[in-house]
Design a protein around this ligand. Sequence first.
Ligand SMILES: [Zn+2]
Ligand SMILES: [Zn+2]
Length: 259
Amino acid sequence: MRVTVLGTRGSVPVSGKEFEEFGGATSCYLVEAGAQSIILDAGTGIIRAPRSFETPPSILLSHLHFDHLMGLGMYGRLSMPGAETRLLAAQGKHTVLEAMRRLYSPPLWPVSPTEYAGNLVVERLPSTSTIGDVLVECVEGNHPGGCSVIKLTHRGKVLVYATDYEFEPASFERLVAFARGVDLILFEAQYEDAELHLYQGFGHSSARIGLDLMKRANAGRMLLVHHDPRSDDETLRKRERSLGRADVRFAREGEVVVL
Ligand SMILES: [Zn+2]
Ligand SMILES: [Zn+2]
């Protein structure tokens, strides 16, 4: 499996010289596994995703918060006449369509992506399914309004995408079991440990919680994602250095991880 980080910013996109290294686009990861292309979340990073694929791509949404959906309206493939793209979320077809109608309708946006020239097929993401020869599994994390933790398995390689998660004992145990022995975890570390108490109930984590998960689950390596819009390159570099580990990094937009 090959993972390309297309967007790793949380909450809202940012731009400027101070964000050049880690990037400013919101959540989007392209996973290529054999002939299959899976896009995790449709934040503004999706604007730089390829338009053409060997087989029609599937976009899996962790949840419907708008930082994870706000790139969809400008994703070029959706305007290619007849091009099929699947869009799946655990919240269900009806709820996804409702969210898109609210975000992508006048006066906020001229037209819904379901009405573009492409063929956008919206479906419910079940807890276990397959996309080609990729096994897709989901469990519920802990986030306001819900958020799916997604696991992809392909030819013995496994990655877990756990964004928008706030520590809570029962869900953490679920995550530990779900991520047992995986090769890579994309885990959100929006806040610093020292400020977590200020944001209780906001639904986010820190690097330390990620490290606990990695250790308990005995996972291979970790990319920390969903950077806070206030965290500039210097801040993230400093946090990364303080971890002092080669197997845990803060994700940089444009980087590729091969499993
Ligand atoms: Zn988010
Ligand atoms: Zn969220």
